[in-house]
Design a binder for this molecule. Sequence first.
Ligand SMILES: Nc1ncnc2c1ncn2[C@@H]1O[C@H](COP(=O)(O)OP(=O)(O)OP(=O)(O)O)[C@@H](O)[C@H]1O
Ligand SMILES: [Mg+2]
Length: 459
Amino acid sequence: MEMKQRCWLVAEDPAAAEQLEAKIDSIGWKVRRLSPPLFSSRLEEDRECGVGLVLLDGMADARLAQLEAMLLESHCPWMVVAADDAVEDASRRQLVATLCHAVVAPTIDLAELDCLMRHALPLSLLRSGDSRPCHREAALSADMAEYEMVGTSPVMRSLFQVIRKVAAVEAPILIGGESGTGKELTAQAIHERSPRASSSFHAINCGALPDHLIQSELFGHEKGAFTGAVHRKIGRIEAADGGTLFLDEIGDLPLELQVNLLRFLETQSIQRVGGLEEIRVDVRIIAATHVDLEAAIEEGRFREDLYHRLNVLHVRVPALREHPDDIEVMARYFFDRFSGEKSARLKGFSREALVVMRQYAWPGNIRELINRIRRAMVMCEKRLIQPRDLGIERRKIVRHSMTLDQARERAEREALVAALERNESRVRPAARELGVSHVTIYRLMEKHDISHPGVEAEG
Ligand SMILES: Nc1ncnc2c1ncn2[C@@H]1O[C@H](COP(=O)(O)OP(=O)(O)OP(=O)(O)O)[C@@H](O)[C@H]1O
Ligand SMILES: [Mg+2]
């Protein structure tokens, strides 16, 4: 006598489970019913089950996390019985899309289901012996170079709006923001949307050049200008003629060179080291800093006149913790971007991983997010990335602590940005919506350093 093949059946509602069990039994399968609570350890109850069936209709939302955790641990292919509208909800759709083998309509065609389950059976054997290639470890160090900016939160949309606006004007720009927030990407985005887009974008890190080289690097030198100057050298400013020059970490520029740069900004011309000729150069300067330049001015490390020259237009790139709504969008974007480096088995992020990513403070901002995701994609042994793959397990989360005053300030800023965003930066409608006067809106925009066509330009 032929042994019956075994399958799991998971259903919340006992009556529905009973009905379904009778049907599956009638086509020759032995059913092992799993009724909630669903723990992955329960899969040990019957190691002979090679395939599973979940009745998603009627399953409570609160049960989904348990279900996800259990499917994740299972080597079986799982079929889902669900009506089309039962997977309209985003989290159900994600669960089905990433963890299930097939979807079956509730008006089950038994012959078709039998065929599906039999075809899926060998997969469970293959999966239990699954091993992953390890050469992907090497991919960790490769750099990324696209200019695409991701973000759908009001904070990011307002940044995109500022980028479009400042791109159209010719004045210098100063970009501020913490490390890894996207200052260089913002500078590139501005260049690409500017009338100079067809010319080149040159980037110099002012902190990375030794003091004795930086002058000739920026301004060039004539042959014989100093020992070792055997040829004429064209400096970076001159080389960027017609395009955009991005001066990164401007706060690190030595004081003597700050004078030269100021002179260039005032006259639009340079002199090469050892040369007398005034050379006109048509370059748009975008500078960036992660340090507080006003404090550097107080301490005598940065020239105030240069600061005002550079800060004609100011763009502030927000820290990642200021727009947590973007974390999931960005995480999925980077996941897709690196998908060439992952195993075919890895399908995405677990719910738990998405929750901890949202709670984490991201001191290294988007750069840290990219590195953690990339690493997780290499290290993950499961089908969905877990918090431990990201190195941010729940108990390790250091919540970004803030005082009540700071929390109020943050909420005020967010409400203001969102109202301006909804009203396309028109102050009066935004003021009406927030129940304050337009004068108050202008005051708050200044207080929170929020750009607006009327207040962006300082000089
Ligand atoms: N909005 C975004 N969408 C997608 N990727 C982004 C976004 N912002 C930044 N990145 C990526 O994050 C990384 C860090 O960005 P970037 O180098 O521009 O930051 P930064 O502020 O200049 O950092 P640092 O202060 O350390 O120089 C880059 O790989 C960049 O491509
Ligand atoms: Mg940078």
